[in-house]
Design a protein around this ligand. Structure first.
Ligand SMILES: NC(=O)c1ccc[n+]([C@@H]2O[C@H](COP(=O)([O-])OP(=O)(O)OC[C@H]3O[C@@H](n4cnc5c(N)ncnc54)[C@H](O)[C@@H]3O)[C@@H](O)[C@H]2O)c1
Length: 317
C-alpha cells in the first residue's frame, strides 16, 4: 500500500538525518514533498540529491521564528511528518531555553499551522528520552515517566500538545519514541564522537562514563520501515509506538566496533567514570516494541552491523 502517492506532504527537518530518509521513502511513493528546514543541521549534499526530483521542494523556513511562513506552506497539505528539532540532548543543561523553543514551541507552531489549514494527520519523531529514568526494562509505552533531561521533557510536552490538538480538532497522530538511530547520514551521537576523537588521536579514546552503559541502537532503514508500518497498518486514530532493537550493546563494545572499523590497534581507553556519560543519560536503554511488532514490524539489521555501516559512512563522507 502506498498511502502517500500524489499526496502533498510536509516534512519538517527533512534536510536532516531521519527527516531526509523519510523524504526518500515519500519520493519513492511519488508523493509531492515540501521540506521545511532552516538548515541549522540540515545536510546540503542530501538536499542537492533530493532537488533532482521534480516532486521535491525545499522551503527554508524556521518553524520557531517564522510561524507566518509555516502557515503559508501548510496550505493544501494532506499530512505532516514533523522531524525538525534540537536533537542535541546533552546541551540542555547549559542552555535551558533551546529545547523549549526548538521542540515544544516549534511543535505548537506546526500544530497551529495545521489547524488553520485543516490538515488532519501528523507523524512525530519523539524519543526514548521521554521515559527519563527508566524503571521498567524493556520499557513499554505506558510506563510512568520521570524526567531527567530538558530534551526529554520538551519531547513529552510535544506529545502532550499533539494529543490535545488531536482531541480538539480530530487530528490523526503517529508518535514514535526512538532509541539512538544509526546509519547513512548519521550526524550526532556516540559513534561520531568516537570517530572524531580517534581521527584526532588514533592512540587514545576518551569514553564518557564507565563504558558499561548498555544501549539499544536501531539502523535507519529499520526505523523508517517502523514509521511507515505504523502509519500504513494501524487502524487507530491516535498512536504511540516505541522503536528500538531487541538487544543492547555495551558502550565499550561500540568503541571496539569503531576502533576495528577504522583499522586501528592498541588504542588506550580513558573513562570519565560513573554509571552514565552525562547528567540526563541512562545506564540502560531497552524499549519494549511489542506494539509495533504486532503490526508486523521487526528490526532486520543487528546493532553491530548498524554501527559498522555508520563507521563506514563516516569514513567515506
Ligand atoms: N537521531 C536519533 O538518534 C534520534 C533519536 C530519537 C529522536 N530523534 C528525533 O528525530 C528527529 C530528527 O533527528 P535527527 O537525528 O535527524 O536530527 P538532525 O539534526 O539531523 O535533523 C533535524 C533537522 O531539523 C532542522 N531544524 C532544526 N530546527 C529547526 C527549525 N527551528 N526550523 C526548521 N528546521 C529546523 C535541522 O536543520 C535539521 O535538518 C528529531 O525530532 C529528534 O529529536 C532522533
Amino acid at each position: 500500500m502506498m498511502p502517500f502517492e500524489s499526496k502533498n506532504i510536509i516534512v519538517t527537518g527533512g534536510a536532516g538525518f531521519i527527516g531526509s530518509h523519510i523524504v526518500d521513502r515519500l519520493l519513492a511513493q511519488k508523493a509531492n514533498v515540501t521540506v521545511i528546514d532552516n538548515m541549522h543541521t540540515g545536510q546540503q549534499k542530501v538536499v542537492e540529491g533530493h532537488r533532482k526530483n521534480k516532486n521535491y521542494k525545499l522551503a527554508r523556513v524556521d518553524i520557531f521564528k517564522e510561524p507566518a511562513l509555516l502557515i503559508k506552506e501548510m496550505k493544501n497539505i494532506d499530512f505532516v511528518f514533523h522531524a525538525a528539532a534540537n536533537a542535541d540532548i546533552r546541551n540542555g543543561i547549559k542552555n535551558t531555553r533551546v529545547d523549549l523553543e526548538q521542540n515544544t514551541i516549534a511543535t505548537c507552531n506546526v500544530l497551529e499551522a495545521m489547524r488553520l489549514n485543516d490538515v488532519k494527520g501528523i507523524c512525530f519523531t519523539s524519543s526514548a528520552a521521554v521515559y527519563g529514568e527508566q524503571k521498567s526494562i524493556p520499557t513499554p509505552e505506558d510506563t510512568p515517566k520521570v524526567q531527567n533531561s530538558l530534551y526529554g521533557a520538551s519531547k513529552l510536552a510535544c506529545e502532550a500538545l499533539i494529543e490535545a490538538f488531536s482531541f480538539y480538532y480530530g487530528f490523526r497522530h503517529y508518535m514514535y519514541r526512538f532509541v539512538s538511530i544509526v546509519g547513512e547520514r548519521y550526524p550526532h551521537g556516540v559513534v561520531i564522537d568516537f570517530v572524531n576523537k580517534l581521527k584526532k588521536d588514533p592512540k587514545k579514546l576518551e569514553i564518557l562514563g564507565n563504558g558499561r552503559q548498555k544501549k539499544s541502537f536501531l539502523y535507519i532503514n529499520d526505523c523508517i520501515k517502523g514509521i511507515f508500518t505504523g502509519i500504513e497498518r494501524s487502524k487507530n486514530q491516535n498512536n504511540v509506538f516505541n522503536l528500538g532493537h531487541d538487544n543492547v550493546i555495551l558502550i565499550d563494545k561500540v568503541a571496539d566496533l569503531v576502533i576495528n572499523g577504522m583499522g586501528l590497534e592498541k588504542v588506550e581507553r580513558y573513562y570519565t567514570g560513573g554509571e552514565v556519560g552525562w547528567l540526563g543519560d541512562q545506564p540502560m536503554v531497552l524499549l519494549s516494541t511489542e506494539r509495533i511488532k504486532a503490526l508486523g514490524w521487526k528490526p532486520e539489521i543487528s546493532i553491530e552491523d548498524g554501527i559498522r555501516r555508520t563507521v563506514k559512512f563516516l569514513l567515506e563522507k
